[in-house]
Design a protein around this ligand. Structure first.
Ligand SMILES: Nc1nc2c(c(=O)[nH]1)N[C@H]1C(S)=C(S)[C@@H](COP(=O)(O)O)O[C@H]1N2
Ligand SMILES: [Mo]
Length: 551
């Protein structure tokens, strides 16, 4: 067999590239190389899919979807045989078996492509289609989950085509008198160069696929684990339920932010490069520091406590005037004040420094957390389901009236009772105030800034908030004129934002450009101030203004 891994030595730089003497490649060697090309294309398929699944979510990873589909489809007898043969190693055995099958099939596809294209390409398209079906039939798959397999198919088809054609050129370049043969386009460059071209391509693609694909798989596996545990979790019913959302909480205006923010639209802010993946069975919260007794609570113990539901609007201190780093959700959890009571804070403590499993921390005033009138929760649920992974699964804090950076620790595992004089939260040494009460703010959702509206009645609408204080009134003004009262929607409590609307007679205003300002009044009687204040160090202030064109 004349399979050589290093190019033939051309000792002296000859004047013209003379065909190096070489043995014709045997069919067997060509067959092996083409098989390798098929396997490398399969590795590239999986790697590309894993990388795309980093963005679209772990459910879209074809590897486990296909594995699960095989398990689901396998006849009971086969499953029993697997379990009795391999015991608890049955999953490992399954993956080894699938791996062997995959190598055999894709190796054959590579050979097919080399002998008679487009056999290999057709095989990869068919395999990709099966992967898409396997992924989309998973319980919680969405349409985006098809994307990783589609991209993987594209990459594999491209690669098997390239590798097979390079191999064909290499084989042809080893046959006697290749230089005189009718030349394919582009012309053959001699066996050494053609071999190098095939090998470089194959090795680089193979190594890159294995290295990058494995990395992406590890990340996806971690996320998939928490995702599966979350799916399997059923939360207990609340002992204390929230009032039903009044029909009047939602105004019928197109483009207006909904009263309750769907999980998928809820803003996400955190320092986590990789979302922590926590097994609830291994989660516990430790309360320590200036306390009479340390308290530790497991997830099961937490769920066994009487849980309370509470609707609260959460916002980020970085939210600029008119920004969307704010959302309103129904939280389910246990009152933090009751947990603190068990620990018994003492010794002049005035702060609870909560810590996330990934090191983030927030310093919350102890008196806020102990206050009977503040529904600060150690939350496990959001909008009727377990917390989404990105929003703190399995447990986070939610404190009405405080910005997230000083109160809303996600993936929380620790609460240290301490003093503001002795400790500080993550953002405090980074230019943000130690205290972060949410400010009174209002926002115009429609019409959009820079948009145009028809001359007629135009709904100017948006939301206004000062969680825990509540919003009393909202006014708008056109082109700096006098303030006009907007109609306020209802809300569940002072802890949530309120929608508002003003029906504007745009025809009377006349065609051309108009500015609209909004301001809100808190339930304590104060009006939102006009002067713009930037978000750092304790939250933005100022009236939101949009400019619209009346047609
Ligand atoms: N573990 C952790 N929790 C965190 C943060 C973080 O970076 N890490 N950011 C906080 C900030 S600044 C905000 S505004 C809220 C945002 O919560 P959300 O992503 O669920 O909307 O989470 C808070 N909790
Ligand atoms: Mo934030």
């Amino acid at each position: 067999m004349s399979v050589r891994l290093s190019p033939p030595e051309s000792s002296t730089p000859g004047p013209a590239p003379t065909p190096a003497p070489t043995d014709p490649m045997t069919p067997r060697a060509a067959g092996l190389w083409s098989t390798l090309a098929g396997v490398v294309s399969m590795a590239a398929f999986l790697a590309a899919a894993e990388i795309v699944a980093l963005a679209t979510g772990p459910t879209g990873s074809p590897l486990f979807a296909v594995g699960s589909a095989v398990i689901d489809l396998a006849p009971a007898g086969v499953k029993d045989a697997m379990v009795s043969l391999f015991g608890t190693g049955d999953k490992v055995a399954l993956f080894v078996l699938m791996g062997v099958l995959l190598v055999v099939i894709t190796g054959a596809a590579g050979y097919g492509e080399y002998r008679r294209q487009p056999i290999g390409k057709i095989a990869f398209v068919a395999g990709g289609a099966l992967a898409v079906v396997a992924v989309l039939t998973r319980a919680d798959a969405g349409q985006v989950d098809a994307i990783p397999s589609l991209v993987g198919t594209f990459v594999a088809v491209l690669l098997v085509d390239k590798l097979a054609s390079r191999l064909r050129r290499w084989v042809r370049s080893t046959s006697p008198g290749w230089a005189e043969q009718a030349q394919p386009v582009p012309p053959l460059r001699g066996p050494g160069l053609e071999r190098r071209s095939f090998l470089t391509y194959t090795v680089v693609a193979g190594v890159a696929a294995v290295v990058v694909g494995t990395g992406a798989r590890v990340v996806n596996a971690g996320r998939a684990n928490a995702a599966a545990l979350r799916r399997a979790l059923t939360l207990p019913r609340a002992s204390v339920t929230e009032a039903a959302v009044p029909a009047g909480a939602s105004l019928d205006v197109e483009g207006l932010t909904p009263y309750v923010t769907p999980d998928a639209d809820f803003y996400r802010i955190d320092t986590a490069l990789q979302v922590p993946s926590i097994d609830p069975a291994e989660w516990s919260l430790r309360i320590h520091g200036l306390v009479d007794r340390e308290v530790s609570i497991s997830f099961d113990e937490l769920l066994a406590l009487p849980l309370e539901e509470h609707m609260a609007t959460l916002s980020c201190v970085s939210n600029d005037v008119g920004g969307d780093l704010i959302g309103n959700a129904l939280w389910l959890g246990y009152p933090i004040r009751s947990l603190l009571e068990r620990a018994g804070p003492n010794g002049g403590a005035d702060m609870v420094l909560s810590r996330s499993i990934d090191g983030f921390s927030a310093g919350t005033p102890l008196d806020v957390l102990q206050d009977d009138g503040t529904d600060a929760l150690l939350a496990v649920g959001m909008n009727g389901r377990p917390l989404p992974i990105e929003h703190g699964f399995p447990v986070r804090m939610v404190v009405p009236g405080l910005f997230g950076y000083v109160s809303a620790t996600k993936w929380v595992v620790e609460m240290e009772v301490t003093r503001f004089a002795d400790a500080e939260g993550y953002w405090t040494p980074r230019g943000w105030d130690a205290l972060g009460p949410v400010k009174l703010e209002s926002r115009i959702d429609v019409p959009r800034d820079g948009g145009s509206v028809d001359a007629g009645t135009v709904s100017i609408a948006g939301v206004a908030w000062q969680p825990h204080t509540g919003v009393e009134a909202v006014q708008v003004r056109i082109d700096g004129g006098s303030w006009l009262d907007a109609t306020l929607a209802d809300s569940v409590s002072a802890d949530t934002w309120r929608q508002w609307v003003y029906r504007w007679d745009a025809a009377a205003a006349g065609s051309g450009s108009h500015t609209i300002d909004v301001r809100a009044q808190g339930a304590d009687g104060t009006w939102q101030r006009e002067e713009y204040v930037q978000p750092a160090p304790n939250g933005a202030e100022g009236w939101h203004r949009v400019t619209v064109d009346v047609a």
